[in-house]
Design a protein around this ligand. Structure first.
Ligand code: ZN
Length: 142
């Protein structure tokens, strides 16, 4: 039997140590958003590219705790190559997940690892910071 908590912890540590899509792109066509979470000291920037209603690239760069930095990496993979509507729906499902709702959508893939964050309410802001920045970028793209 695979211990699910152990597997989830592994996802978080892997994405923290080896983040995917790290490094911002300051180019026309990219929307850059900066958000921070004073309660933990997390500081997150994202660059999001939207083309013809599709989110084609998500980049992130920031400093903070492992939950915050790793979840931005996961978001940059999970939310890529989807329509704005799909991405908004997945972001909302992720917010419900970390609040403890029973979300099992496989499209969330590695993001499902953050389910256990609901047991630590102070860390919910950490887990959602990058996702909130991406959501804000989408709002500005419209
Ligand atoms: Zn944090």
């Amino acid at each position: 039997m695979i211990n699910l908590d152990e597997l989830y912890r592994q996802v978080i540590m892997d994405n923290y140590k080896n983040p995917k899509n790290k490094g911002l792109i300051k180019d026309t066509g990219y929307i850059n958003i900066h958000l921070n979470n004073p309660s933990c000291g997390d500081d997150m920037n994202v660059s999001v590219k939207v083309e013809n209603g599709i989110v084609t690239d998500i980049r992130h760069d920031g400093t903070g705790c492992s939950i915050c930095c790793s979840s931005a990496s996961v978001a940059s993979v999970v939310l890529r190559e989807k329509t704005i509507e799909e991405v908004k729906r997945l972001i909302n499902e992720f917010f419900e997940l970390v609040k403890g709702e029973d979300i099992t959508n496989e499209e969330l893939d590695e993001a499902l690892a953050y389910k256990s964050v609901s047991k630590f309410p102070a860390r919910i802001k950490c887990a959602t910071l990058g996702w909130k920045a991406i959501e804000q970028a989408l709002e500005e793209s419209e």
